[in-house]
Design a protein around this ligand. Structure first.
Ligand code: ADP
Ligand code: MG
Length: 724
């Protein structure tokens, strides 16, 4: 007897098991949840006379001859069969297991044979067709059997090169026959299933792998999707309960404190949206429950100042605040910007990154520990054990999807004993409402819907040198014009240098075989400096540079003409993707733009159009006009609304990718669930989960549910946006 948690190597052939492990299918349960990608049907019966080369066909015929041909070299044999319908003939070839097939395909038996018709030496043949035998020699075939064979659904599985799809089918089939999925293995409580009329897990899995018709597939699918949604919602409902039971120190706003001073000194008016979010958070920070809020706002919507004012409120109340940024470039930019906004209180801010010298680091750590540092801005260096706060009241995480869960937890643990800091997470990644409401159910969500007034929209154009080489000439001429008007320009390449990307997960890092390598900063820079951009001040910036060089280049670029050695054009990588704010830079040229994803392009584009003049974004690509890559670029060019782009992008990708699930170590928790398409089902699952958890918070009444939820928590812990 086989159990779901058994390892496939112990159940099926070693070779198949190893190949399946490459698909992240390790246990019997993994394989059972590897659902068919689609279903094929064999179709109507054809006559032997009417077969068309290249098409799939199913025929009923009688075996005339069957000849086994020993294979040269290694063992085994080939089988050559001729079929007849009395008038015409058709050949079959079985390249493997010849003698096994010969035992079944004796002359005179009738069968149904299905496969793709090809032509060999002028004769039609089917290579290793599927077949069933329907009558022994001399007998009449059963007409129902013929029809059932032609109509049956054949599951088609995704697989990898080393494992043919039929091997996957066979493994699934074998495992289905061996395993018994009893009630006590079903994560969905029986009571709930009965209420909602859902089949058991055993019957759903049997149906999805071996359905009689599409109605059966759809019943099974419904149950499996509901299960995925329900488990996720139970996780979230439990997490909300846990959060509600934690305490935080209340940090009430005070009159005439720093928060008010900073607000008065701002060089601009806060927008209505910013004020609304600030009021909401001011109230939450005053409570003794930890705030746990996600602030979404499109690129350039002004999230940083909100973070600053929230931090100032906590500082006014005697606590400390920390701002965590994904890159050193961004951390030091934040430190610079916040110091400026804080005026004379600027010296209460410290910057903690991995590149401080030992004495600097020691001094900074002391300030954090004794409370002299009111606000600490830093990279992941903030998370290390040596960093002790006196009284950490608020953690702001900028561009949160760059941070891991454990890291956030590490920061949360730095609050005073028994309490949690308030947490504000900021992201420009637009999350569609359905996704936000359902998947991020444990965070409260605020949205900044408007950009500060007076911004001219960014103009975006796709430049195709392949269609028209003069486009590229024009591009570089535009760069000269912008610099001539006193502006600055970014030129972005997908790569740093030879085989060198900013990060392993970089979507740009997807060179398909046969494609040329993406353009690299270190290769492009000398060509541009000596060529089309001659006469301009060009610098490079990328992640492999030392912290000082990066800081030097960024500071000079940010200072514009004021810098001692000003920079007109910055040739760079995705290091500038998030957060970088230099309003005087108003043109960005993205080379090999088709190597980037839609949201990445939108983020990169967000580096310009931050001042009062119109921003310009040129997407240079050699992708053919009608390719999907080019279509994505056209989409980006068509709108500057990050929200709309995210919606469009979602239609192209499965949510699994967005949620980062596809990158989790083992199989994705979200296999069938697509949050937008399944919105109704998700809402139903959410209600069911909330009422279930309210009655049975520890899930003791249905152990399989508890086990499944624990497994999700282990595999794909708290946040789902993290790895997107
Ligand atoms: P993001 O939301 O992308 O992090 P930032 O906080 O970097 O955006 O803000 C983008 C730019 O807009 C900054 O230069 C900032 O000073 C400016 N800004 C923020 N709020 C306002 C406002 N209410 N009016 C005008 N400019 C603003
Ligand atoms: Mg930002």
């Amino acid at each position: 007897m086989v159990a779901p948690q058994d390892r496939l190597v112990d159940v099926i052939g070693k070779k198949s098991a190893v190949a399946l492990a490459n698909l992240n299918l390790v246990t019997v349960d993994d394989l059972l949840h590897h659902y068919p990608r689609r279903y094929a049907t064999r179709g109507e019966l054809s006559d032997l006379a009417s077969l068309v080369e290249g098409e799939s066909a199913t025929v009923m015929a009688e075996v005339a001859t069957a000849t086994e041909i020993p294979a040269r070299g290694r063992g085994g044999s080939r089988l050559q069969v001729t079929l007849t319908d009395g008038t015409d003939t058709l050949d079959l070839t079985f390249f493997r297991h010849g003698s096994w097939h010969k035992g079944k395909l004796r002359p005179g038996v009738r069968g149904l044979f299905s496969g793709k018709v090809n032509s060999y030496r002028g004769r039609n043949q089917l290579a290793h067709p599927e077949y069933v035998l329907v009558a022994a020699p001399g007998e009449d075939p059963d007409p129902d059997a013929a029809e059932a064979f032609a109509r049956a659904l054949i599951p088609v599985y995704s697989t990898t090169g080393s494992l043919p799809p039929w091997r996957v089918s066979r493994a699934v089939s074998f495992v289905l026959d061996q395993v018994t999925l009893t009630e006590d293995l079903d994560p969905l409580p029986k009571k709930l299933r009965d209420e909602l009329g859902l089949p058991s897990i055993g019957s759903a899995l049997a149906s999805i792998h071996r359905p009689a018709d599409f109605a059966e597939v759809s019943r099974a699918r419904h149950r499996l999707v509901f299960e995925e949604a329900f488990l996720l919602q139970v996780v979230l409902a439990k997490r909300r309960l846990e959060l509600a039971s934690m305490t935080a120190l209340p940090r009430q706003a005070i009159k005439n404190g720093r928060r008010q001073q900073i607000t008065k000194g701002l060089p601009f008016e806060l927008t209505a949206g910013q004020l609304e979010v600030l009021a909401e958070m001011a109230a939450e920070l005053s409570k003794s429950n930890p705030m746990h809020r996600l602030l979404q706002g499109d690129v350039g919507s002004g999230k940083t100042v909100i973070a600053l004012l929230a931090m100032a409120q906590v500082v006014d109340a005697g606590g400390q605040a920390a701002l965590l940024a994904p890159t050193e470039v961004l951390a030091s930019q934040h430190a610079r910007a916040l110091r400026k906004l804080m005026g004379e209180a600027g010296d209460k801010l410290v910057l903690l990154t991995g590149s401080l010298s030992a004495p600097e680091r020691r001094e900074t750590l002391e300030k954090i520990a004794d409370g002299r540092a009111a606000i600490t801005v830093g990279t992941h260096a903030l998370l290390s054990e040596g960093v002790q706060f006196k009284d950490l009241g608020l953690v702001v995480v900028d561009e949160q999807h760059r941070f891991g869960v454990e890291q956030r937890a590490a920061l949360a643990a730095k609050a005073q004993d028994g309490t949690r800091p308030h947490i504000l997470v900021m992201t420009a990644t637009p999350i569609p409402r359905t996704v936000a409401m359902t998947v991020f159910g444990d965070l409260d969500i605020s949205m900044l819907r408007e950009l500060p007034a007076g911004r001219a929209p960014i103009a975006t154009h796709v430049v195709s040198p392949r269609l028209n080489p003069t486009h590229l000439v024009r591009t570089w001429a535009r760069v000269h014009e912008e610099v001539g008007r006193g502006h600055q320009v970014y030129v972005v390449c997908p790569r740093i240098g030879e085989g060198d990307f900013e990060s392993e997960q970089d979507p740009a890092d997807q060179t398909k075989s046969g494609e040329r390598a993406a353009l690299a900063v270190l290769e492009v820079a000398p060509l541009l400096t000596e060529g089309p951009l001659k006469g301009l001040n060009v610098e490079v910036l990328h992640g492999r540079m030392s912290a000082e060089s990066k800081e030097d280049v960024m500071t000079r670029f940010a200072a514009g003409k004021q810098a001692q050695k000003p920079i007109d054009v910055l040739i760079t990588t995705t290091v500038i993707e998030v957060g970088v704010d230099v309003p005087n830079a108003n043109m960005i040229v993205i080379l090999d733009a088709d190597r980037f994803g839609v949201s990445q392009l939108h983020q990169l584009r967000g580096r310009v159009g931050r001042g009062q003049t119109q921003g310009l974004c040129l997407l240079v690509s050699e992708a053919p006009a009608d390719s999907p890559a080019n279509e994505r670029l056209a989409q980006v060019a068509a709108t500057t609304d990050g929200f709309e782009l995210a919606q469009a992008d979602l239609q192209l990708r499965k949510e699994g990718d967005i949620l980062g699930a596809s990158q989790s170590g083992r199989r994705s928790q979200l296999r069938l669930l697509e949050v937008i398409r399944d919105a109704d089902l998700v809402m139903q699952a959410r209600e069911a989960a909330i009422s279930w958890v309210a009655k049975d918070p520890d899930l003791d009444s249905w152990p399989p549910l508890k086990r499944a939820v624990d497994e999700i928590n282990q595999e794909q812990p708290t946040e789902f946006l993290e790895r997107s």
